[in-house]
Design a protein around this ligand. Structure first.
Ligand code: BYC
Length: 323
């Protein structure tokens, strides 16, 4: 094909891609897609997958210290669900031509991003409730919109994840509400957890729209159906009445109901802190990577055993196949 013919056929593919998006159809792994669309999806989905598996660590720390059998079972199952979410998401990213080993290498080398929120310490049992209520609550707001994202495998992974995430949020709310209605000491512990997790949760939605280099492109391609600020506002609007229901205070003196726009307006977010954490300078960045590397190393024998089992199974299937 000469240059002109190549350009014409690429133009036709691009036009077809754009018309699929305009018609609200999903893009599937075998469909043609612009290279930049593929790269953006790999970036976003792999970061999301890393967030799930790193996100297992702060709560995982509390499994052995849960205050009752019921709480232990609930937390264990939540952390297991997060491993499953990581799995769906790595599998979705693999459909774009990147391998799970490559993604893991980047994470373990400290070269990949994952959500800023997991670089904060879980100091008390109430933090487990605050993570469920606030962090999973924020994740649902974001992920419910991503369930309508234009890339089919990502959207389908999101739909499964959202159902489980809803249960996590409710579990966290119930834990925190129980502490808030408990002894003065338990109540103080719940309030302290909310005081420490509130602002980092607002940062989870990413930088303000005016400072979000990827949003324009991602929204044009219908990867991100809503902007960072829109989702953050929706989260605040839902969280304020929930905090009130537990009689807990949100640590923002500027929080007030805005009659004119019908939303809760909130104070300034410390974006210097956000960027410091994203760039590796958060309170727990080093510990999280160290623990993730150790978990990967300790799981090596499981991966090797699974590979050996699969090799044997194949060899047996080949020798017993009718010739
Ligand atoms: N943390 O242009 P922007 C969970 C980076 S886990 C770190 O706005 P974009 C759970 C961003 O990557 C749920 N980095 O980016 C698990 C970009 O850097 P690069 C996690 C952040 O992509 C266990 C730069 O800042 N959810 O629920 O348009 C237990 C500029 O940002 C963050 C997801 O991953 C951050 N918070 O929008 C409990 C959702 N924010 O890559 C719960 C999927 C921004 O250009 N991801 N950055 O070097 C998204 O929705 C979007 O990627 C984001 C960012 C809203 C996060």
């Amino acid at each position: 094909m000469d240059d002109r013919a190549t350009r014409e056929s690429e133009g036709a593919l691009e036009a077809d891609f754009a018309s699929r998006l305009d018609a609200g159809k999903s893009i599937e792994p075998r469909d043609w897609m612009p290279e930049r669309y593929r790269k953006q999806l790999v970036r976003m989905i792999s970061q999301h997958a890393h967030s799930e598996v790193v996100g297992m660590l702060p709560e995982g720390n509390w499994i052995t210290r849960a205050p009752s059998l019921k709480r232990k079972i609930g937390l264990l199952s939540k952390v297991e669900d997060e491993a499953g979410h990581g799995l769906y998401l790595y599998a979705a990213a693999e459909t774009l031509g990147v391998s799970r080993d490559q993604m893991f290498e980047q994470l373990l080398a400290g070269a990949a991003k994952y959500s800023s929120i997991f670089n904060y310490a879980t100091l008390t049992w109430a933090d487990v409730g605050a993570i469920g209520w606030l962090v999973d609550g924020a994740a649902i707001i974001n992920q419910t919109t991503l369930a309508k994202t234009s890339y089919g495998p990502y959207a389908r992974a999101m739909r499964r994840i959202c159902t489980e995430e809803n249960a996590h949020k409710r579990q966290g709310f119930e834990m925190l509400a129980t502490l808030a209605a408990g002894t003065p000491g338990q109540r103080a512990m719940a309030q302290d957890a909310v005081d420490r997790w509130w602002w980092p949760t607002l940062m989870m939605f990413g930088p303000p729209d005016t400072d979000s280099p990827n949003s324009g492109e991602l929204m044009r391609w219908k990867v991100k159906p809503k902007s960072n600020d829109e989702l953050r506002q929706r989260f605040v609007d839902l969280a304020v009445p929930q905090a009130r229901a537990m009689e807990l205070t949100l640590p923002d003196p500027d929080l007030r109901w805005d009659e004119e726009n019908g939303h809760w307006s909130f104070g300034a977010i410390d974006w210097d802190e956000f960027w410091r954490v994203v760039k590796g300078g958060g309170p727990m960045n080093r510990d999280r990577l160290r623990d993730r590397r150790r978990a990967h190393e300790e799981g090596r024998w499981v991966r090797e055993a699974a590979e050996a089992y699969e090799a044997k199974r194949r060899a047996r299937a080949e020798t017993s196949a009718p010739s």
